[in-house]
Design a protein around this ligand. Sequence first.
Ligand code: ADP
Ligand code: MG
Length: 700
Amino acid sequence: MNPLDTPIEFLKGVGPARSELMRTEMGVRTFGDLLHYYPFRHIDRSKFYKISEINPEANMVQVKGKFKRIDSIGAKRAVRMVGQFVDDEGGQLEVAWFRSLTWIKQSIKTETEYVLFGKPGEYKGKIQMTHPEIELAESFNQPLKGGLEGVYSTTEKLKARRLDSRAIRKLMETLLPHVMNQINESLPGYIRKRQELLPRSKALKSIHFPSNSEELCAAQRTLKFEELFYMQMRLMNIKAKRNKEIPGQVFGAVGDHFNTFYKSHLPFQLTEAQKRVIKEIRKDTASGIQMNRLLQGDVGSGKTVVALLCALIAIDNGFQAAIMAPTEILAQQHYESIFDLLSEMHINVALLTGSSKTAYRKKLHANLENGQIHILIGTHALLEDKVKFHNLGFVVIDEQHRFGVAQRSKLWRKNKIPPHVLVMTATPIPRTLAMTVYGDLDVSVIDELPPGRKPIKTVHMRDSNRLKVFGFMREEIKKGRQVYVVYPLIEESEAFDYKDLMDGYESIVRAFPIPEYQVSIVHGKMKPEDKDFEMKRFAEAKTQIMVATTVIEVGVNVPNASVMVIESAERFGLSQLHQLRGRVGRGAEQSFCILMTGNKLSNEGRKRISTMCETNDGFRISEVDLKLRGPGDLMGTQQSGLIDFNIADLVKDTEILEKSREEATYIFDHDPELKHEQLALVKTHLTLLMKRKPNWGRIS
Ligand code: ADP
Ligand code: MG
């Protein structure tokens, strides 16, 4: 057996009880696992603080000195020991122990020099350290193994078994000699040389026991590179396999439907970006390989018409198309706008949502199966087993971040040969994430807005300025514009938020009285018919103000609405704010977004608001969002597993990610089968990795 696979209980100093704990608490089962349990930071143990300079807010500090006295304080269960520790310069520190008191009493002596290491705090105005690491200065003074010492994360349960950071470090010292000569190189020499990386065994040793900070940096860089490189290799491998194994429908020609629509019914000129994306899709769908493409385009960039034109190509080739939207309102809106656009053409468009009636459904199911319906638009309802297509060739998933992985894969099973899939999103994904989470998809970007749009002006207003905001709303309404007022509705505190919304609605109705003003309201608790009725009234400009929750976040298109007021804006995430703002600025007039907040803002809240005021660029906003929230939160729990790195950090390691991607791309462009002997070790390593983790490649 490879020593790296040895169960951890056989490491000296571990044993059965600790090994069980290491498995559950640290995820460490084998020698190899422990080797890859890296310190989360390193501290400079060659440096001593003067006690007089310690600030109670400081992180870990190290001091040298003697105990003047150690006392037992309190009685029975509240008993503790407190020592007065003094350094050379007379600075004084209090040390408190609550556990292991007998051991302290027996072993800690006054007038002996010790080195203490721990996190300082403050207790009754004095600097205090509780349960510091403690070592005889005499033994400490022996030449250090390295200036830098790794700190390992532990838990209360581990500490209760005396597995603190220090103990883990001891285990690591025991471990290394057993495994050092078993560590195989994972990167070809030419990559290591070009990227200035350490040999793998050297990197692994140095990450645990670096002799100085340069060596530590090189070790971190090497291990991060390796991790990111193999993540890329894996994604590219999945994509290459899919291209080989999964055939696609062939849309051989562009026909009458497309051409007639393009020449005679398209109400505007396509932007260059739209044309480019259609060409990209056109190429994919003619290739005989299933398309899996992500289309990113900021709100209002005109993704719908791109989807429609491609659906027409599918129809020209005898296939049906489906467009799936995350909400009923949006599905309805897609249906209406596509129905209108195609009104003079002989194409059957149908709508299917959760609220479609039984009799209608029956007929629809039949017409879908016999191929009479060409384009089906709807919500999750499209995924039901009863919905069977005659010949589904093209699927559009709008605003995919609302759809789960499992739901998407369900669409695949509707055909023997899977349809081409176009995933559209207006939530820009930072480049680093696009390269990782969606690394196996092809990506198209619409990076241009239709002409004539004015950038939305965004301002931040305190609640105390509400009357001013109302005044502004009146002016805009007088000019014939319409206004959204959006309230947060966050599930956990729904009753509370709901009250906010209703109070807000009432104050608006009071400030904007009938008959001069008409106010609509839409929220999640309303019946779908009522929601639709209100949305329609607003879309037809029969009401001037729409008070709503975030149900209007995605996709809704009322070009005459030019003011978006967001209440309690500090409670929304950046991407949500950006989405909401995207509801205005769709017509030719100047649009405005007003972010209302209370007076008190957290730092993060302030950053979000100021970012919104500074830029309309969805990509820039997503980068800030990534920095504020971290990749896990950004992608939602479902996908966060894909970006669970051991050492790499998608926010900080962009440069290493780019470099590793370049190397991986080069390999796949030149030798996708990894036949070259220089790549033998890459192949071995990759095969191992592909076996180990579930295949999460089919995320589309
Ligand atoms: P999104 O990308 O946010 O889904 P939509 O597809 O809803 O954007 O398009 C927003 C609006 O822009 C729609 O009213 C649409 O008709 C219009 N539009 C799309 N493309 C163009 C274009 N090339 N020129 C002018 N208007 C366009
Ligand atoms: Mg849209």
